[in-house]
Ligand binder design. Structure first.
Ligand SMILES: NC(=O)c1ccc[n+]([C@@H]2O[C@H](COP(=O)([O-])OP(=O)(O)OC[C@H]3O[C@@H](n4cnc5c(N)ncnc54)[C@H](OP(=O)(O)O)[C@@H]3O)[C@@H](O)[C@H]2O)c1
Length: 334
């Protein structure tokens, strides 16, 4: 089968299309013919090994000190069709369309993958694909959907609360806007101008172009801030949080950790830095919302085929992508 093999840390040139052995499912696994995968900001950070300090060394130990020998193929999320099942598998059958994540094994930048039929959290998550979505749309749901759901649940968002999503037009943000809206919040979405109309269509009540307006200086305060950008200005953004408000960070560095801990200890504001777990239960929860018409994935107009994944990584790093980048596997992409 064909796969994009991860040969070195650093630039997308280290992602190379190669012929590799097609996997064979063990007795508790299914073999999936992958029809779509994604390129996320997280995939690019992993490729560069440009991760927060507390993650980069353990990840290098895990993936390989010099080269990523223990993770030959990147890619965390996928949608496809079951083409074979192990003898102990009863929950899926050949021909079933599925979607899910690969957990710490990665491996979705390929034509086929073997997945546990009942994965634990480190092995990913798996469910039947929502009937209302294409393979590309379904592949873009799990990792960012889990993260957004985690934030909205931890915030215990209530109807009428004011929620601001900072970096709303990307993978996590587009799901966070929809979920906060579905939970009844008044949502303000902050991102660049080309994404604002899309964000309104997802349910944002207010949109702010961050190049035109600094929301920390507009006099408004919020009950919940979901920040997927991180970067500078964290201390100023904290001032836009109401007393008893909660601030969630998807992309926390050491300074965010220290400042966040201090704020949580010395004021009524709480800074929460934690990540979602990838459970089948949450995947089914997202699937139900999708099939009820309350959640959709936003896919960038630029489509890519498996062989174009290095190009898709370069595009992801331009900052121009809208929502998610989908990769069509076994199709024309382009
Ligand atoms: N996706 C996941 O499942 C996941 C899970 C855990 C953690 N994370 C981490 O969370 C972070 C975000 O992930 P993501 O996948 O949502 O990234 P993404 O798709 O790249 O979205 C980030 C969004 O933030 C916007 N942005 C950049 N600078 C901004 C600014 N100063 N003000 C407002 N908006 C700004 C970007 O727009 P422009 O480019 O137009 O500026 C983009 O729309 C990454 O560091 C990732 O590693 C991701």
């Amino acid at each position: 089968m064909q796969a994009i093999v991860w040969t070195k840390y650093g630039s997308p040139d280290g992602l190379q299309l190669k012929e590799v052995e097609k996997p064979v499912p063990k007795e508790d696994e299914i073999l999936v013919r992958i029809r779509a995968t994604t390129v996320t900001a997280g995939d690019c950070e992993m490729r560069r090994l440009q991760l927060p300090l507390m993650l980069s060394f353990p990840m290098r130990l895990y993936a390989g000190l010099i080269r990523p020998t223990r993770i030959p193929i990147l890619g965390q999320e996928l949608a496809g069709d079951v083409t074979a099942v192990g003898q102990h598998v009863t929950s899926f059958k050949t021909g079933d369309p599925v979607f899910g994540t690969t957990g710490f094994r990665f491996g979705a930048y390929a034509e086929y993958i073997c997945l546990k039929a009942s994965p634990n959290e480190t092995q990913g998550s798996l469910a039947h694909k929502p009937a209302t979505m294409s393979y590309e749309e379904a592949a873009a749901v799990p990792t960012a959907g889990f993260e957004a759901l985690h934030f909205v649940r931890q915030a215990a968002v209530q109807p009428g609360q004011k929620v601001l999503v900072f970096g709303a037009g990307g993978s996590i943000g587009t799901f966070a806007v929809q979920l906060a809206h579905a939970f009844g919040a008044a949502v303000t979405a902050v991102d660049s101008a080309p994404k604002l109309a899309m964000l309104r269509s997802l349910g944002a009540d207010q949109v702010i172009d961050y190049a035109q307006q600094d929301f920390t200086r507009n006099g408004e305060t919020y009950d919940v801030i979901i920040d997927v950008v991180g970067k500078q200005g964290f201390a100023r953004r904290l001032k836009s949080l109401n007393p008893n408000g909660r601030y969630f960070l998807a992309n926390a560095g050491l300074s965010h950790l220290l400042r966040g801990r201090w704020t949580s200890m010395t004021s009524s504001k709480k800074v929460v830095i934690s990540s979602s777990s990838q459970t089948q239960e949450d995947l089914l929860f997202l699937k139900d919302l999708i099939e009820a018409g309350k959640l959709k994935s936003v896919i960038d107009d630029r489509r890519f085929a498996l062989a174009q994944i290095p190009e898709a990584h370069r595009y992801a790093e331009t900052g121009r992508k809208i929502g998610n980048i989908a990769i069509t596997v076994g199709g024309d992409g382009g």
